[in-house]
Structures are given as structure tokens and as C-alpha cells.
Ligand binder design. Sequence first.
Ligand SMILES: C[S@@+](CC[C@H](N)C(=O)[O-])C[C@H]1O[C@@H](n2cnc3c(N)ncnc32)[C@H](O)[C@@H]1O
Ligand code: SF4
Length: 377
Amino acid sequence: MKDIGIYVHIPFCKQKCNYCDFTSYCNKDNLIKDYISCLKEEIRLRSNLNYHVRTIYIGGGTPSYIKPKYIEELLLEIEKNFELDVNAEVSMELNPGTATEKGLDDYFQMGINRLSIGLQTSNDNILKQIGRIHNYKEFEKTIQYARKAGFRNINVDTMIGLPSQNIYDIEKTLIGLIDMEIPHISVYSLIIEPNTKLEKMTQNKEVELPDEEMERYMYWYAKRKLEENGYIHYEISNFAKMDRKCKHNLDCWNQTEYLGFGVAGASYENATRYVNTSSLEDYINNIKNKENFKNVKIEEKQTKKMMMSEYMLLGLRKINGVNLTNFEIKFGKKVFDVFQKEITKLLTQNLITIDGDNVRLTSKGLDLANLVWEEFI
Ligand SMILES: C[S@@+](CC[C@H](N)C(=O)[O-])C[C@H]1O[C@@H](n2cnc3c(N)ncnc32)[C@H](O)[C@@H]1O
Ligand code: SF4
């Protein structure tokens, strides 16, 4: 039996947010039904009863945009084709603008036990500016429905560095979430992605972004505020109360294997990384024509050295970093023997530190993580 995670991609949204370049479509609802039946076929094609599924993550796009019965069909298909752990973490992403009381009840009843809700900010003006389909009141209602349905394990996504955002907005957003006792909070730094509406708006000076120094200040402010309130900073962008860390993402950062189903679904299996096509039409047609192999592109077949580099890169995302003993158990080599040059350079630059049996980012490394990744790419 091999422990794995499963990711399922739902590439549909009600409306495209101005900053987002995830693979998601807002004008292809006519393909939802076909897409779900192709997803089920892909799950059957890759069936493996020797795979023990520890976590399922249904992401997007907006899984809460499509009918709950489709999500249930997908979960049932996974259960039939894999060995699902009785205590599996089953997460689903949800946009407050698509949540209903009945929908939340359905998700809980079908076995979803963790929600990841996109809020971004509690400031309604900013929500409008970035193209979100909901306001803060609707978010509060969503939390109320989720709790009533039985959900306890809840993440809320927030963003920093947003147009016209200031430190008081961050404070208000975080205090709101702390008061609601949300057990897991993600704090993402806005990335201006190429070819997004926000990129154009920024170029045309329609919106003004906080400068880099302010953005870093926001990050450290958020970190301090959350830590003061009992959250553990366990990954660059993630904070959780004691037992609420996301198992699925932690497994990914620990280089555990996973299967990704659907458009743009990424997989890591037998030291190989591969990804499905981002074209919804190709994905559906290839599965219908029994040519699933055409959907899959191998990105990387890893040598042992590549695996070790990636293990460092992923592991250093965690605040505890890479455990030296675990590295040696996994690879039969010492970190310092394999990466002497890289470790020495990063130690000299004060970007990493050795902390007992762990090597981890310093405060400077948290701000300049890109320089650390460069050493292991
Ligand atoms: C798939 S969405 C979450 C679920 C749902 N689609 C929603 O938006 O409510 C994943 C999260 O990624 C983050 N994100 C997306 N684009 C980003 C960007 N350009 N920069 C930083 N964070 C981004 C947002 O916080 C978003 O909530
Ligand atoms: S942020 Fe979420 S809702 Fe907005 S376009 Fe991206 S996936 Fe869709």
C-alpha cells in the first residue's frame, strides 16, 4: 500500500477575479456536465486499490459553483477506485458568492470535512476593485452556514498588497477572522500575473498598489498578529491553530506522492511530475475518444539528485524547515554532503539557519525566499 493524496480540479467560476490566472473559465457552463463525466472516467482509468488515500483536495476554479451532486459523484468514484483512509482529510474550496445553506449542508453530509474559503479582505471597496463576486456580509453568512452544517476545520484565504489596501484593512480583516475563531488562515502576497485585468489596471494607473516595503510590513504585521492570537506559522503563507494544519499541503511539501485529476491537474508519482492539459475542450474530447494519454504531459522524470534538490526547496517552505535526520533516512545521504556549497552560501548570506536537527529559513530568508529557491532549482 502506498500513501497518496488526490487533487481534483474544477475549472469553473461565476466570474473571473481581476488578479487570477488559475485555470478557470466563467463562460463554459455548458461543459460542466460533460466535464464531470470525463473526470469520473479519468478516476476509473487511473484506479489503484493499492493506493491508500490520506487526503483529497477539491480545488479550482470554484468547486462550490457547480451543483453539489457533482462533487458527491466525484467523491463516490474516488471511494470506489482507491483505498480511502477512514480519517481522510477531505477539503473543498469555496467562494462565499456561491455558497448556500443547503449546499453547505450537502457538502458536510457527503463527507467533506475541511473548507477553504476565499475571502481576501473584509474591505468591500477592495473586494469590488479586485473583481470578487461577494461582500463581507456574505462571507459572514457563509461561515454561519458552514458552522451550522457541522464544519469545524475551516481555512480562510486572505491577501496582502492589494490595491488601496493599508495596514488598518489587514488589521480589521484578521481581527474579524480571529474573533470568529477561524482555525486556519492563509495570507498570500498579491502576485500581479501577466495578462490579467489587474496587470492592465496597474499599468493604466487605474489602481495603486502598496510598495514593496509596505507589502513586507503587512506580512510581518499579519504574522505577529496571528501568532499573538495562538496561530502557528507553519508555512510561508499559512497559519493554523494547533491541530488544524492542512495535511494535504503538508504532504505535498514533504514530497509525498499525489494524483491530480482534471484540467491542469498535476501529479507526482514514481519520481515523475506530470500535468494534464489546460484546455477544457481537449481534456473532454481526449477522454471521450479514449485517448486519455493525449491529455498528459510529463514535466520531469527525477534523478535522485533532482529529488533531493526538490525536497530541500519544498521543505524550506515550512517554517520548521528540513529535518536533517529525515533527509538522511529518505535519501541515505547527509544534507551537508550533498549541498555543502549551497548551504554554506545561504548560511553566509544569513538566509537560512541550522536550528537543532533542522535547517530552516531565517527572517531575512522569509523575505527573500526566491534567493533560497534559486540554489535548489
Ligand atoms: C482557487 S482560489 C480559492 C477558491 C475560490 N476560487 C475563491 O477564489 O474564493 C485560491 C486562492 O489563491 C489566491 N490567489 C489567486 N490568485 C492570486 C494572485 N495572483 N496572487 C496571490 N494570491 C492569489 C487567493 O487567495 C485565492 O483565494
Ligand atoms: S480567485 Fe477563485 S473565484 Fe476568483 S477567478 Fe480565481 S479561482 Fe475563480
